[in-house]
Design a protein around this ligand. Sequence first.
Ligand SMILES: [Cu+2]
Length: 152
Amino acid sequence: MIKKIAAASIVGIVIIVSLAVAFSTEMEPQPEPQPESNAVSSHSMQGVIQPDVMTGGDVIMPTKVSRPGCEETDRCYIPSVITISAGESVTWVNEDSAFHSVTSGFYDAPQDLFDSGHMDPFDSYTLTFDEPGTIDYYCTLHPWMEGQVIVE
Ligand SMILES: [Cu+2]
C-alpha cells in the first residue's frame, strides 16, 4: 500500500515537474533566428506601406500575375531585377486587383529581412537598401512571383 502511494506520488511529481518545465520553456522568449551569413544587412528592414498610390513605382506588380505564367516571361514584377546604389530606395506598386507581397528570400527558402505583408491593390511599399548585395524576393501568395534587388 505504502509503495503504491509512494509510486503514485512520484508519478504525480514527475507530471507536475514536466508540466512546469513545459510551461516555463513556453514562456521563455525564443532566441531570434540568426540570419545566414550574407553580404546583405543582418537585421530586419522596415518598409513603408502607403495606400492608393497609383503611380511612382520603381517596380510594379502588373495585372493577372496571381495566376502562373508571368514567370515564363519574367514579368511577375516589372522589372524583375532592379539595380540601385546603396542608400537608395525601391518602391513597389501593386497594380493588380489581387493581393501581393514583397518578401525577402524565396518561397521555399524565406529570408528574414523584410516582408511587406499583403499589399492591397494600389498599395505601395518602399524599402531603403543601405548595404550592397543581391536580395531575392518573392510573393508569399504566388510562389512563382520572384524578383531581385541588386544594391551596388
Ligand atoms: Cu502575388
